[in-house]
Design a protein around this ligand. Structure first.
Ligand code: SAM
Length: 363
């Protein structure tokens, strides 16, 4: 069959002018398809730049020509040129004639000492790379061939190192929304704490606060180091074990954190964690449940949708959590006064309060 004789869509043939592109008389552009194909290369370009130390080296050298940088890194100049130009195209580096330099994005997120460094996260964030190659098989079988649950700590130790800076920023800025620092002696419980960014933020803001920090024992080593570096170690109790059955006191805590733990647990597991949090809280205590939630349209928060997909690709029970689901679980467990906050971009946290008079609330 002959193709449509018209050229592909131009800017003047937008939805606003012509209606939806796929109902237009001209064929839609192939850009979304190319965008996806190039996604794979884009990721590996960034990964190579991190592995070769491109950003840290450019930071120490200052704006540089490619030959100077290639000599410093001990790599092929021609190949490095391609990598640097690709980073420029991806807006992860600046270039003027033959000089390359860091832009604000890579200075903040991609240098190891950047204020919001994600440098350690790049290699681990997508989960085991082979699981992506086998995605169709995972969808057929209903489980990935190598789920991270088979060896959780070798995945989670580097992951929580990589996410720590981002989560600590989110946890610290959460105070601007819910003012936990007004109560100096909070008792907090952090289930699946990782490097304990949520507890550390509270312990730093509240001089009399204490924390019970739970995770697998290998991951708790990261939490011990991070709490020591933050000078709050003395106020922490480290409780190793599975968060579904580790011993937890009832009616004891002022705050419970479920920081990015629900989306790997399946519906029953996530509901179970929310119920554990409810029992552990004192009346008036608050649950902070941080995760990536999907919206009704699936397009307003693509990051949430794709993070859910990342879980599905690499875990046994990982799945998407919608805003409706999580709010109904929270309400059904007894939480009141639900709030959704976004302490930093793309990081969402539900805050729920355990009512003072549960019997009255349930009438
Ligand atoms: C995505 S990380 C989140 C870490 C931290 N809460 C945060 O918000 O940055 C998930 C954490 O849950 C822990 N985890 C997963 N399954 C667990 C289980 N069954 N029992 C205890 N911890 C678990 C992992 O070891 C990891 O540290």
């Amino acid at each position: 069959m002959a193709d449509n004789p018209y050229p592909e869509l131009k800017k003047t043939h937008t939805m606003a002018r012509k209606g939806r592109p796929w109902t237009d008389y001209k064929p839609p552009p192939s850009a979304p398809v190319w965008g996806v194909i190039e996604g794979l290369g884009s990721y590996y370009i960034l990964l190579a730049a991190i592995e070769l130390n491109v950003f840290d080296t450019l930071q120490s050298l200052g704006p540089s020509r490619v030959d100077v940088l290639a000599e410093k890194l001990g790599v092929s100049e021609a190949h490095l040129q391609s990598l640097l130009d690709s980073l420029v195209a991806l807006q992860l580096l600046d270039q003027f004639v033959d000089i390359y330099e860091l832009n604000d994005t890579c200075e903040r997120y991609l240098t190891s000492e950047g204020e919001a460094s994600m440098a350690d996260l790049i290699s681990v964030a997508p989960g085991p790379h082979d699981n992506w190659k086998n995605l169709a098989e995972t969808i057929i079988n209903g489980r990935p061939s190598s789920p991270i649950e088979e060896d959780p700590t070798s995945f989670y130790v580097p992951l929580v190192e990589g996410t720590f800076t981002t989560m600590l920023r989110a946890a610290t800025r959460t105070d601007l929304k819910i003012r936990y620092s007004k109560t100096p002696d909070l008792h907090v419980l952090d289930l699946g704490a990782g490097g304990a960014p949520w507890s550390i933020a509270v312990l730093k803001a509240c001089p009399g606060a204490t924390a019970v920090i739970n995770d697998f024992s290998e991951v708790l080593e990261v939490a011990k180091r991070k709490t020591t570096e933050s000078e709050v170690f003395e106020r922490c109790e480290f409780r190793a074990g599975d968060f579904h059955d580790v011993e937890v006191e009832d009616n004891f805590y002022d705050m419970v954190f479920l920081g990015h733990v629900c989306r790997t647990e399946g519906e029953e597991g996530a509901k179970g964690l929310i119920e554990r949090a409810f029992s552990a809280l004192k009346p008036g205590g608050r649950l902070l449940l941080a995760d990536y939630f999907i919206d009704l349209e699936r397009k307003f928060n693509p990051h949430g949708v794709l993070m859910a997909m990342t879980m599905m690709a690499s875990t046994m029970n990982g799945f998407q959590i919608s805003n409706e689901q999580v709010t109904s679980w929270l309400r059904n467990s007894g939480f009141k006064d639900l709030r959704l906050i976004e302490p930093i971009g793309f990081q969402f946290v539900y805050v729920g309060t355990k009512p003072f008079d549960i019997a009255k609330e349930q009438k």
